[in-house]
Design a protein around this ligand. Sequence first.
Ligand SMILES: *[C@@H]1O[C@H](CO)[C@@H](O)[C@H](O)[C@H]1NC(C)=O
Ligand SMILES: *[C@@H]1O[C@H](CO)[C@@H](O)[C@H](O)[C@H]1NC(C)=O
Length: 403
Amino acid sequence: MFCRGLLLLGVHLCVAVVSVQSQGSQQDNFIIQYLERRLAQIEERLTQCEQSSTMATQKIYELSLEVRSHMSTLSGFRSEVKTQVESVSTRMERVEREMEYLENKIPAQSDIEMEEALLEQQIRDMEQELKQKAKIMENDCNTVLSQIKSLKIVKKAGDTSGSWFKDPSEGSNKVYLMSGIRNNTMREYVSLKSFTEKDMGSAAKELQLPFHWQGTGQLVYKGFLYMHKADTPNQILKVNLLNCTVVDSTLLPGAGQIPVYSLNPNTYMDFAVDELGLWVIHADSEYEGNLVITKLDQVSLAVDFTWDTQCKSRDAEGAFLICGTLYVVYNTRYGGRSTVQCLFDIHDTIHSNESPVMFFPKRYTSHSSIHYNPKDKQLYAWDDGYQTIYKVEIHNNEEVTAQ
Ligand SMILES: *[C@@H]1O[C@H](CO)[C@@H](O)[C@H](O)[C@H]1NC(C)=O
Ligand SMILES: *[C@@H]1O[C@H](CO)[C@@H](O)[C@H](O)[C@H]1NC(C)=O
């Protein structure tokens, strides 16, 4: 600004000099000399002004560099603090959840005085719940998956997504096929042999369900279909397949907000059967999308017990349970070689970090469902329209601990 002012003044003076000279010979030399001196002074000050402005620019530049470096250190600090705060808040959340759980279990003081009978009932309920948990855990079952051995492609039928499985109950050899992520028509075959025979339409019996299913998590156990009812977030139906009537229904708390496995976005609840009975797997939207397993009473559909696992829903494509241990299968969005990378044992004897990553046989796969059959100890999978069976190798956990 100051420099511009000087420049303007200089220009004015020049104009004055020019106009004075143009008036001819009668000029006073003194005035001209005076003006020339002033001009020289102004030029000098202009030069000084330019120099100091260059210096100022330089200083500002250096200052801004310094500020920028401070800012980046600060943002480093900030992200460090942020991660610490986040980890503290996750831990707080867990503590809060546990507190909430306990609070729900333990009645307030005033209630104790008022409702002694209620308190006794609550204690009985709690004991019952713990007994149920103990009953699930005490089951003499310590089979551990050690390897996924071989793959057999059984058939190619239906949509790219779907599920197929064998009823694992004693005396049943029935095989079921549920093509697509939503439909109300499923197929029943008397045996695996009839399933693999060239399908002339006669081998299969079409079952018309009273409602559509949602996703690829459905399962048949002891002649009953357990399914996620379409157009509901978390309603489970138990259907008698002899006459396709709904015999029971329940809502699974916390389910239905997000898909169980991020790679299968249409499945919100995935049923599983293992040596201990019926399970349902879902992902908890509040608990960082981790998988939650719920042991269901197969008769009444009542929740026996629920476990939060540390296994992530992200990049998972399926999961199954063997003897109360959840094995989660991961893949990529574009299909690849599936791996078991996370497991959760309700007995707390097998740990994810101790067991190596387990690879599925070498083949590009994209599983829309994987179901374990505790009777023949095989995995029934739907791989991009192919119905496949994986043979698995299992061992007794006690043998390992004895070594
Ligand atoms: C339902 O299944 C039947 C028989 O498998 C098939 O013809 C029909 O197209 C399916 N519907 C949808 C909506 O996929
Ligand atoms: C369906 O079958 C079961 C057992 O076979 C029977 O108890 C039930 O009443 C039947 N339901 C209908 C609506 O026929």
